[in-house]
Structures are given as structure tokens and as C-alpha cells.
Design a protein around this ligand. Structure first.
Ligand code: PHE
Length: 390
């Protein structure tokens, strides 16, 4: 036993000392994976809601992004260098994205920024990236204004005029709703935009909006709004909110005896919604970007790798985070440079990138047109219903 253990111990010490030496190198040349394999590092910034109200979004998105970066490093990095993801927590709070993104750009000299999930927080950071000519890719912010900030701002998901249309058609055709009520979060650009696009299409197709009520993200009591919505007696209620609020809304709607179906957009997608609302979420619907039940080969391998590492199924944020990192690194590779303007130009010409969320082609407005999937909640789990092409 003894003779076998000692060489092993010796090897472990060697690795440890190599690792410590690696850590002592200046940040720009340190390599944690395999010393000698890389010539320097390329720093990529990420801002995400790792804590706070929408922590589930930020954590999923970050997990997907980190998985991609680690896979890319294992495959040799890019331009001979190791990729280093520097992640800042914006705590799901307004004001924080600007602070942390400024820090990533000016103090850390990142070459590009990945983030955020929530549109309001992407809208806050985008002008800073634009001013500094640092390309920013939002994996999953769907409000159209995000990419209108400037030519350095990209996204890899569909936008809300499409998502609103998808849900208006779904209400009319699948739920057979002739009338609806809408409950909007006035604090979220995402919610305000999605409500507007949904309404425009639903009304244009002859539907009626019987009640429009609002709340502020973080509210706890929605009974007053729900009571007046109930009294208007619609065929359905559209709630373009985020999961923490929507979870409470669904529970309180059940307590008030509301029977009509309730449905929403990608902001619903967290298992936390089911934890918060329990049985009240059964049979409800929402649109999103991706389902782990999708069949493509890339999607399947991704699900396996993600599950092996994080012990849970990936959701849309995880999948889009993963794709956003691959798209960025592919652009750096093609640009042969880490200069912002060069990365920007290559990103703008991204065409038919095959990712886990499908094919990504970035258009002239730096947006992407992709199918939406509709999920329902059945026995406490998200279930795939259908895919709707743009
Ligand atoms: N699309 C939402 C927004 O723009 C965020 C989101 C993305 C939520 C993906 C869930 C899944 O704010």
C-alpha cells in the first residue's frame, strides 16, 4: 500500500505546486487549465442577476455561459488564448448593471460583454457598451429597444413583437378566447412591451380586451387587480410578467376562484414559478425559446452535459447563454482579433450558426428571428406543447 500511495502523493504535490505557480503569474498570462497550452487570456465580461428577485434567470444564464466557455477552453480556447469569463452579479436591481458593466470595461478591460436576461437591465448597460465600443450580446432580452441602443448591441433570441403575436394567436386559436384581460408589470420594459404587442395583434384579429390592470414587480398582493379582472369576465388572462410575481398572481387567482386560463411569455420560465404557485399553475401556458424535449443532436448533447454538471435540466436562459458565448467566441476567432470594432463587424454578419436553440442569423437590426415554443404546466412540470415558426 505504502509504495503505491507515495508516488501518487508526490504527483499530487507537483500538480499543486504547478497550480500555485500558475496562480502567482500576472493575470494576463495565468492559465488554470493547462499551463503552457495557452498564450495569455481573453477576458469576457458577463453581468447577471445571480441574486435577488430574478436570481433563477441569472444563475441559469450564467451556468449555460460558463459551460460553453469551459468547453471552448477544453477545445483549445481562441486565438491561442484561454477564455476567462468575469461574472458580475447585478442583484436583479436597477442601477447595478451600469455600475458592474462600467467596472468590467474600465477596470478589467474585457473585450466583450454577455448579458442580461431581463430587458430593463440590458437597456441600462447597453449605452455604456455602445459608448466604449465594446460589443454586447444579450442572450435573452426580448424588448425591441435593447438593440436599438446602437450598432454594438446584439441579441441571440427572438423579439417581443413576435412573442406577442405568438401568444395572441395562441389565445385566439388554441384557447378559443374572444376576450382577454391583461395584467402588466409597469416596472419592467419587457412586460410593458410584450403587453402592447400582444394587445395590438389580439385586437387586430377581432379580439376584445376587457380589462387592463398593472402592478410593480416585487408587489405581494394582487387581489385588487384580480378582483376587477374577474368581474370583467374574460375568456383568459395574459400576464407578461416574471416568475416570482406570476407565481403569486396564479396562487391568488386560484384563491379568488378564477377559472379562466392564464398565460404569459418567457418571463414565466422558472421551476420557481411552480414552487411558488403549486397546483395553481396547472394547465397554464407560456411561450419561450427552447424546450429540453427538443430533438436536435446539438440540443441533446447540451442537455446531457448540462445535466451532468448542474444536476438539473437546462431551461431557455441556460440554452441561450450557452449559444451567446459560442457565437461571441466564433466571432473573435473569425475576426482574428479582440478589437471591439472587428468583433462587432463579424458578429453583425453571423449567419446560420447552429446552436442548441436552433439556427441563429443576426439581421441588420442585430436581432434574430427564431421559432418560439409553447409550454404548459402538467403535474408540476413544464411540458412541451408546440413550436411556432416566425
Ligand atoms: N425575455 C425576458 C426579458 O427580455 C427575459 C427572459 C428571457 C425570461 C428568457 C425568461 C427566459 O426581459
Amino acid at each position: 500500500m505504502k509504495t503505491r500511495v507515495q508516488p501518487l502523493l508526490g504527483a499530487a504535490l507537483l500538480i499543486l505546486s504547478a497550480w500555485i505557480t500558475g496562480c502567482n503569474k500576472p493575470a494576463d498570462t495565468a492559465s488554470s487549465t493547462d499551463p503552457g497550452k495557452f498564450q495569455g487570456v481573453i477576458k469576457i465580461g458577463e453581468f447577471a442577476s445571480l441574486t435577488g428577485k430574478e436570481a433563477a434567470f441569472g444563475i441559469s444564464s450564467h451556468n449555460g455561459t460558463q459551460l460553453a466557455i469551459d468547453e471552448l477552453n477544453a477545445a483549445g480556447g481562441v486565438l491561442g488564448k484561454e477564455l476567462k469569463l468575469l461574472t458580475e452579479d447585478d442583484q436583479s436591481k436597477a442601477g447595478e448593471p451600469a455600475t458592474v458593466v462600467r467596472k468590467l470595461i474600465t477596470r478589467e478591460n474585457v473585450v466583450a460583454i454577455l448579458g442580461e436576461v431581463a430587458s430593463s437591465r440590458s437597456l441600462e448597460a447597453a449605452p455604456i457598451c455602445q459608448q466604449n465600443k465594446i460589443p454586447m450580446i444579450s442572450p435573452s432580452s426580448t424588448n425591441p429597444r435593447v438593440t436599438e441602443i446602437g450598432d454594438y448591441i446584439f441579441r441571440v433570441c427572438f423579439i417581443d413583437p413576435f412573442q406577442g403575436t405568438v401568444m395572441a394567436n395562441f389565445a385566439k386559436n388554441s384557447l378559443k378566447a374572444k376576450s382577454v384581460a391583461i395584467l402588466t408589470d409597469v416596472k419592467a420594459d419587457y412586460s410593458m412591451g410584450l403587453a402592447k404587442f400582444f394587445k395590438e395583434r389580439f385586437v387586430a384579429d377581432g379580439g376584445k380586451v376587457l380589462a387592463e390592470q398593472s402592478y410593480s414587480g416585487g408587489d405581494k398582493d394582487f387581489k385588487a387587480q384580480l378582483t376587477s379582472i374577474k368581474a370583467s369576465n374574460p375568456d383568459g388572462l395574459f400576464i407578461p410578467g416574471y416568475y416570482t410575481d406570476v407565481g403569486l398572481i396564479l396562487s391568488q387567482a386560484k384563491e379568488l376562484g378564477i377559472q379562466f386560463p392564464m398565460f404569459g411569455g418567457d418571463g414565466w420560465e422558472s421551476t420557481k414559478l411552480i414552487e411558488i404557485s403549486g397546483a395553481a399553475a396547472e394547465g397554464m401556458f407560456f411561450s419561450t425559446h427552447y424546450s429540453p424535449e427538443l430533438e436536435s443532436a446539438v440540443a441533446k448533447t447540451f442537455v446531457q452535459k448540462y445535466q451532468a454538471r448542474y444536476k438539473e435540466e437546462p431551461d431557455a436562459m441556460a440554452a441561450l447563454g450557452y449559444d451567446s458565448a459560442f457565437i461571441l467566441v466564433e466571432a473573435i476567432r473569425k475576426a482574428g482579433s479582440t478589437e471591439g470594432s472587428k468583433i462587432r463587424d463579424v458578429l453583425a454578419s453571423t449567419k446560420d450558426f447552429m446552436g442548441v436553440t436552433g439556427k441563429t442569423t443576426i439581421d441588420a437590426q442585430r436581432n434574430v428571428s427564431k421559432p418560439a415554443v409553447i409550454l404548459t404546466i402538467k403535474q408540476g412540470k413544464f411540458k412541451y406543447v408546440e413550436t411556432i415558426a416566425p
